[in-house]
Write a protein that binds this ligand. Structure first.
Ligand code: C2E
Ligand code: MG
Ligand code: MG
Ligand code: MG
Length: 281
């Protein structure tokens, strides 16, 4: 409590810091430089319509190639970026680059593809979130319906009032909103009625042992039925095997993202993947 009183106390606390906080201070400084030094990049994971085997979209996933540590997982550095607020400039960079890349893919003839971008709840605390998104759409010339924003339930409910208002503004722009990791949050289902949501993404944890695990099978089926009855789109995430795919297709879930089709890919590899999937005659 007396921490804020003087720098001496601050110093004292520092010497007591855990490895975990040392690590996060290290990451914070390194991440700060990462943006300037071009160490960040985006990989894209294809989303495929399993009925036609055509690509419908791709999720942009952030990658950090650290000069000495190599690839650092977003699971590790996104929380640091959120705590420090660095997620705001990084998130803007992600959105701009994902939209630029989509523009390129559209120009190459994949004119129905969408791009999904993960937004952090922290970005919704910024007053200029909506103008920022709007200006990126204008700058890149992407039609709003091809931009899909992903938010987890926990992010939506961290600051519900502010987030809901901004979600409505995003929706009013014509952008689509998906609930990421659906089924893992702690919220009631009632919100699906009042929130401007287009898509449910079934969390990949429910794909595990789906043929033998009765609970995972029941949860997955229920989410698909729920989406169908509420007129929402549904995407299954983390689909790795033909058996999982068959299970999902038997329940009329055809939008698939997962290693079964492809891991997240660097842009050149994504372009090759699309060409293989949809050969041009
Ligand atoms: P997410 O949005 O739920 O992304 C899906 C994660 O599942 C990705 O991990 C992806 O590589 C992984 N995945 C996809 N298919 C499979 C599969 O078949 N099997 C397995 N085992 N894994 C699969 P990744 O790329 O490590 O991203 C982790 C999380 O980091 C993301 O989860 C998202 O919450 C966050 N993240 C990534 N990029 C961004 C970003 O630009 N902004 C924000 N705010 N968060 C991001
Ligand atoms: Mg996501
Ligand atoms: Mg997810
Ligand atoms: Mg996730």
């Amino acid at each position: 409590k007396s921490k804020e009183k003087s720098g001496t106390y601050h110093h004292f606390f520092k010497s007591e810091m855990s490895d975990w906080s040392m690590e996060s201070i290290y990451l914070e400084n390194a991440l700060y430089k990462a943006l300037e030094n071009d160490e960040l990049s985006l990989h894209y994971q294809p989303q495929v319509d399993s009925k036609t085997n055509r690509i419908i979209g791709a999720e942009a996933l952030l990658r950090w190639n650290h000069p000495t540590r190599g690839m650092v997982s977003p699971i590790e550095f996104i929380p640091v970026a959120e705590e420090t607020g660095l997620i705001v400039p990084i998130g803007k960079w992600v959105l701009l680059n994902a939209c630029k890349q989509l523009k390129k893919l559209h120009a190459q003839g994949n004119s129905n593809m969408s791009v999904s971008v993960n937004l952090s709840g922290r970005q919704f605390e910024e007053d200029d979130l909506i103008p920022m998104i709007e200006s990126i759409l204008v700058e890149t010339g992407i039609a709003p319906e091809f931009l899909h924003i992903e938010l987890t339930e926990n992010q939506i409910f961290k600051n519900t009032h502010v987030t809901l208002e901004k979600m409505r503004e995003i929706k009013a722009l014509g952008i689509k909103i998906a609930v990421d990791d659906f089924g893992t949050g702690y919220s009631s289902l009632g919100y699906l009625k009042n929130f401007p949501i287009d898509t449910l993404k079934i969390d990949r944890s429910f794909m595990f042992d789906i043929l033998t695990d009765k609970d995972n099978a029941a949860i997955t089926s229920t989410i698909i039925t729920l989406a169908q009855n509420l007129n929402l789109n549904v995407i299954a995430e983390g689909v790795e095997t033909a058996e999982q795919l068959e299970f999902l297709m038997a329940k009329n879930c055809f939008n698939i993202q997962g290693y079964y089709y492809s891991k997240p890919l660097p842009v050149e590899a994504l372009e090759n993947y699309i060409d293989i999937l949809t050969p041009k005659v």
